[in-house]
Design a protein around this ligand. Structure first.
Ligand code: SF4
Ligand code: SF4
Ligand code: SF4
Length: 279
């Protein structure tokens, strides 16, 4: 759930200026390295653009989409760095019955695998299609960009922002929006006169500047109203369902984790090690 009365302007945010992106994919590599994400079977995709891997997945928390276009008779390139938007009021957190998602006071929306029961409500609720499921695993969980929270809470920038030398700036959300508007005012011929993320889904911690209209780059058209308000409206129509489903799933989670703990202890006992006490 998001913290009540949170001043989102003071949270950290990304300003991603897609006109400065060179398509080097350093951010993709840094993300994989920091999050220890494995390789996956992939292919070059030539549908709405040209990219590899074709989609975000449990092994790919961010990816660069690429397209070319013609301007004044010249060939131009445009990129789009896709990732979790770290919404101010995250729909994923609002539907998760066991509170696995959390909007932190610093800005990133975190995910706690220990709590997750794999119900996939978050995947349905997220308007940006971000949470992915570990389909290939026996005990699958949901994976997504964590905003590098372990780095951010120690005062560091996210791995992708640290690696990028041109397109990504990271700082207070209000400063990022001011900086974005300053760039538009300074070069009106270069930029689209709109930001993506300042209001979408009630505002997000990822703000984009582009040269092309957002839909041409593959950005999702999203309402400006915070998504949890729709979630709660829908749930009000089904009295008691949320508590019932939430209660059952919490119980299921407790059983799952208990089962895992027992299996772990059993394994340790067999190997002769003393089982570690769970807190
Ligand atoms: S590291 Fe920066 S310049 Fe390179 S692809 Fe990522 S966003 Fe673009
Ligand atoms: S983009 Fe989706 S997964 Fe990320 S915080 Fe927003 S609702 Fe949650
Ligand atoms: S913030 Fe961290 S987890 Fe998210 S895309 Fe950047 S490097 Fe990956």
């Amino acid at each position: 759930m998001s913290s009540e009365n949170q001043d989102f302007n003071k949270t950290k945010a990304f300003l991603i200026d897609m006109t400065k992106c060179t398509g080097c994919r350093g951010c993709q590599v840094a993300c994989k390295q920091w999050n220890q994400l494995g390789a996956e079977k992939t292919e070059f995709f030539t549908g709405e653009g040209y990219q590899n891997p074709p989609l975000m997945s449990e092994y790919t928390f961010t990816r660069i989409k690429f397209r070319d276009y013609e301007k004044n008779g010249q060939n131009e390139f445009a990129f789009y760095k896709e990732m979790c938007m770290h919404c101010n009021e995250p729909a994923c957190a609002s539907v998760c019955p066991v509170g696995a998602f959390k909007k932190t006071k610093e800005g990133p929306v975190t995910y706690d695998a220990e709590r997750c029961i794999g119900c996939r409500f978050c995947m349905v609720a997220c308007p940006f299609g971000v949470p992915k499921y570990e389909w290939s695993k026996a005990l699958p969980l949901v994976r997504k960009c964590t905003g590098c929270y372990s780095r951010v809470k120690e005062g560091l920038k996210p791995a992708c922002a640290t690696t990028c030398v041109s397109a990504i700036t990271y700082g207070n959300r209000e400063d990022m929006i001011k900086e974005a508007n300053k760039r538009i005012a300074a070069r009106p011929e270069k930029y689209l006169k709109k930001l993506y993320g300042s209001e979408e889904a009630g505002g997000t911690s990822v703000i984009y500047l582009t040269a092309l209209p957002f839909d041409e780059l593959g950005f999702k058209p999203v309402t400006k109203r915070p998504l949890p308000s729709y979630t709660w409206q829908a749930l009000r129509l089904v009295p008691g369902i949320f508590l019932t489903v939430g209660g059952s799933l919490s119980l299921l989670s407790w059983f799952n984790h208990r089962k895992e703990r027992i299996a772990k202890e059993e394994e340790q006992r067999k190997s002769g090690a003393t089982p570690k006490e769970e807190s």
